[in-house]
Design a protein around this ligand. Sequence first.
Ligand code: DHB
Length: 392
Amino acid sequence: MRTQVGIVGAGPAGLFLAHLLHRSGIESIIIESRNRTDVEQTVRAGVLEHWVVELMKELGLGERMTREGHFHDGITLQWNRQRHHVDIAGLTGGKRVAVYPQHEVLKDLIAGRLAAGGPILFGVGGTTLRDLDTDHPAIDFRRDDTGVLETIHCDFVVGADGFHGPGRQAIPAAHRTEYQKIYPFGWLGILTKAPLSWPELIYANQGDGFALLSTRSPDVQRMYIQCDPAGDIAGWSDARIWDELQTRLGTDGWSLTQGPIVQKGIISLRSFVCEPMQYGRLFIAGDAAHIVPPTGAKGLNLAVADVLVLSRALDSHYKTNSRDLLDRYSATCLRRIWKAERFSWYMTTMLHRNAHESDFEQRIHFADLDLVRTSAASARSLAENYVGLPFD
Ligand code: DHB
């Protein structure tokens, strides 16, 4: 097989890239190790920054999102049983975010790609990237059904294959530096069949720590609580989960509306950045290059930002034969990434209880929260980051 851009991974980075390249008349092939059902059903976070909403619409992929997504003008912060509304739209000149989960975005992107006749090969194995420092890179893989070794010859390879994929590992260790922080807590996420309890997302630090109230539809709600990342989900009975959620989200005269819990799971939290994000004709994007803890829901948005930068650079290369923007891909992306890393770390440390931190540091986090309540500059900073920082 031969194409212009070989893309490893049909997650947000790979699929958005394929759509952006198609718009510029650049061909690509996507390969993906999971099958389509797994990709479309993995439960992930769900907030789209303002400009990602606009991009979905521009690409002709926004119809279902506009209909089924929940558009929010603000968020609620809560501590000491008090709530504080942050007027995100008012602080950012009218920008809003959409609560529209990642797997719904992926369904729309996959359907759009297949309808446009763009190839996605699901369920491939043994993916190997080679000849990346030559002008004829290639991707070897086996199709699940035949087991026969196949090769995609291309001009450029994009590793959009997540944290555990082969993309980042294909940059020789001597050519990359990795920065990491592991947090000593995880998130227990649930889906419950219950009506909305509050009209906007609530980020709370109360009782034993963090809780987040989010939504999926008028009758399915998404909630998270801080927990031990090594804990066993079996130790979390439904009664214990509701008890903790009521303690962390409760205010006087208000309680959370409960319902049957239909899904639950624990994730760990980490921050991670790989520098640089390119090597020869390989470019890595999304979780292959960086991870943020989920507080603030920056992961998908950052992945889309990477491939927007990359698509512009590839467009410029094919139109003008200049490698200038491609050579600057990593540096351009990393300026945005480190700011999103900072914001995700700020939201995470401010809103969680950390047994390894002193009482002094815990007090500082409450001061940070109170600063958002009392300082317009602090609230605006949070709001600007939350809706997505402008591109340089
Ligand atoms: C959701 C997840 C987040 O990490 C967040 O900050 C907001 C919402 C969610 O899954 O709905």
